[in-house]
Write a protein that binds this ligand. Structure first.
Ligand SMILES: [Zn+2]
Length: 342
């Protein structure tokens, strides 16, 4: 297959440029791709304050492609870097799932348009099937900024009820901080895509969680292979981020059994083979955070003093978790605010 690449530059600052893939010109031959280039450029160029130059058609194998590992036949995973987003890792920290069948389903399309394009190239090296749906497990940018690219490819964008109401008040802040952290060139063309459906695509169950990691989390279960895409309801090796409700998340853990018998793909960290393996370290972390925070509240410690004391008290858990101190400090502050009035 041939794909149209353009040099996309900020109209307001033409020194900021990145190659971008415009899927509207995808074609079986170079000549066909070139014939579609003009219309694809016209439709795409003016949006987002970008100017597109130097169109050229290249074969799939010439595109940068994400690594995908097949965990069971037809089910592929890209494991993100186990770290918080940075310029060094280009925000490519979230795990991504791809299920290839008569149509293709993507679970969490990555943290930028650039990552989504590299994911698309990796998919197209394996299959020319239509990409029917992108499932967003929750609104965090590392999982969702790639969605706009797949909407352009023609995929349905599926998310939980409550996705947009959670996202809207946070969207501008997240976009700004992601651009600051990762760099504008890498993020050129990235945007949140509004969900177009809450319905599970064929072959999937979507299991919504009450307020837990955020307030719009879901797990996607691929029924034919019993694979569970848990999103950030399950963290492994990267310190869990509490951005919804600590008690809600612990309640969810206490009441949720393995929804299927297959592999468990967490939002961050390695794929697990059993539910217990997937959730036990995280449950220990969250329960310790709750107990430690409640002890500081009971002792009458003020928030500003409690945060470093909680981080210090939790140090025995630190070796198992990346970005432990910074994320635990933020979690301690939100846990304190949540638990203070209970
Ligand atoms: Zn998240």
């Amino acid at each position: 297959m041939f794909h149209l690449l353009v040099a996309a530059c900020l109209t307001s600052d033409p020194s900021v440029c990145s190659d971008r893939l415009l899927p509207a010109a995808d074609a079986a031959s170079r000549a066909e791709c070139e014939a579609r280039a003009e219309a694809a450029l016209r439709d795409w160029g003016a949006r987002d304050g970008l100017t597109a130059n130097s169109p050229r058609c290249v074969e799939t194998g010439a595109l940068p492609a994400l690594r995908l590992d097949e965990i069971v036949p037809g089910v592929l995973v890209h494991q993100g870097v186990v770290a918080m987003a940075s310029a060094e890792n280009r925000g490519r920290i979230a795990n991504i799932g791809v299920v290839i069948g008569p149509t293709i389903t993507v679970i969490d399309p990555g943290g930028s348009r650039a990552e989504a394009e590299a994911l698309y190239a990796a998919i197209r090296l394996r299959s020319a099937a239509p990409i029917g749906a992108v499932i967003l497990t929750h609104p965090h940018p590392d999982h969702s900024f790639g969605a706009a690219f797949f909407a352009e490819v023609g995929a349905e964008v599926i998310a939980a009820d409550g996705y947009e109401s959670y996202l809207l008040p946070r969207r501008e802040t997240w976009l700004g901080s992601y651009i600051d952290g990762i760099g504008l060139a890498e993020m050129l063309g990235s945007a949140f895509a509004p969900p177009t459906s809450t319905q599970a695509p064929e072959g999937f169950d979507l299991l919504k969680a009450p307020q837990a990691h955020t307030s719009a989390d879901l797990m996607a279960v691929h029924k034919p292979t019993s694979t569970v895409f848990a999103g950030d309801l399950i963290f492994r090796e990267l310190t869990p981020v509490v951005d919804g409700s600590l008690t809600g998340w612990l309640d969810w853990l206490a009441t949720t059994r393995a929804p299927a018998s297959g592999m468990i793909v967490p939002g961050h960290g390695p794929v697990a083979t059993t539910w217990n393996e997937a959730v036990t370290p995280m449950r220990t972390y969250l329960q310790t955070l709750k107990d430690t925070t409640l002890a500081e509240i009971a002792a009458g410690t003020a928030l500003s003093e409690a945060v470093p004391r909680i981080v210090k008290a939790m140090q025995p858990l630190a070796p198992g978790w990346a970005d432990f101190d910074a994320t635990t400090a933020r979690n301690a502050a939100s846990a304190y605010a949540e638990l203070e009035w209970q």
